[in-house]
Design a protein around this ligand. Structure first.
Ligand code: DGY
Length: 287
């Protein structure tokens, strides 16, 4: 919704249902006025909502955790495989006449078996990605985050600091929440620490990556490739440098985009809003 329309439409509202693309900041909250009891977002991420402002005013925030874990983990794996196996390039070549005689070293990618994979942010989605990766017979599974996870043992995942993860992983998957400590966590320094053969997959938030540094790292061969389901901004302008790089696969933020998942998310978002307006606890309440 265009900003001006949003500011107009929220006036007097008791509840706001929003998307992750709607910035719900102090201005919107003030435009809504004193009736506003709750904000319910059709997403698990809530970094687009001013949580502190809501807490100060006693406005409840609801989100959709859990129900998008499988869809988002499936997508992270799809993106990882697409990036490792050069799928977009291969589709392009097949369609556009690049498919000549069979060539032994043409469109050769990276395989997963035996590789060290590092997951930054082993929450619900990170764990679901880890489970799926085990089926691909990967080697070591490293993870970093705020604390060790009790389920890590069954996934044979090793808790390490981010620097170790960056240095040792062949494939790095970001599934962390956006927080001060994860903003630009993949920056020029990080890319220098990573292997030249490493592949980065971002299924978290665009702001976890310093995109200018990523462009440089991909051009200079500091890392081999990147797969991004999230960018800054969204949509990423079609003339952005990242779109020009053959070793960068970009998806339009479709992590949770399955019919099943989006339907459940929609119901949960509506339930959160109805409960929030009636002053009850929301099924999934952030604050
Ligand atoms: C979320 O919900 O936060 C995902 O990024 C999109 O579904």
């Amino acid at each position: 919704m265009p900003r001006a329309e949003l500011l107009e439409a929220v006036k007097g509202a008791h509840g706001i249902v929003c998307m992750l693309s709607d910035k719900i900041d102090k201005e919107v909250i003030e435009a809504a006025g004193p009736n506003l009891k709750c904000i319910s977002t059709l997403s698990v991420g809530f970094n687009h909502i001013d949580v502190d402002e809501c807490k100060t005013r006693g406005i409840k925030i609801g989100n959709t955790p859990g129900v998008l874990t499988n869809a988002t983990a499936d997508l992270a794996l799809s993106l990882l495989l697409a990036t490792c196996r050069l799928i977009p390039q291969a589709v392009h070549e097949a369609k556009n006449g690049g498919w000549g005689t069979w060539k032994p070293m043409w469109l050769c990618g990276t395989e997963l078996a035996g590789k060290t994979v590092g997951i930054v942010g082993m929450g619900r989605i990170g764990s679901a990605v880890a489970k799926r990766l085990r089926a691909f017979e990967i080697g070591r599974l490293l993870y970093s985050g705020r604390s060790e996870k009790p389920n890590a043992k069954e996934l044979q995942a090793e808790f390490v600091d981010v620097d170790t993860l960056l240095r040792e992983a062949d494939i790095v998957v970001a599934t962390c929440a956006l927080a001060p400590e994860t903003t630009n966590i993949f920056n020029a320094d990080a890319f220098k620490k990573m292997k030249n053969t490493a592949i980065l997959v971002n299924a978290a938030r665009g702001a976890c990556v310093d995109q200018d540094a990523l462009v440089e790292a991909l051009k200079a061969g500091e890392i081999k490739a990147a797969g991004l389901d999230v960018t800054t901004p969204e949509p990423l302008p079609t003339d952005h440098e990242l779109f020009k790089l053959p070793n960068c696969v970009i998806l339009p933020h479709i992590g949770s985009a399955t019919d099943e998942c989006r339907s459940i998310m929609a119901v949960m978002t509506a339930e959160n809003c109805v409960k929030g307006i009636s002053g009850e606890d929301m099924p999934a309440q952030v604050c």
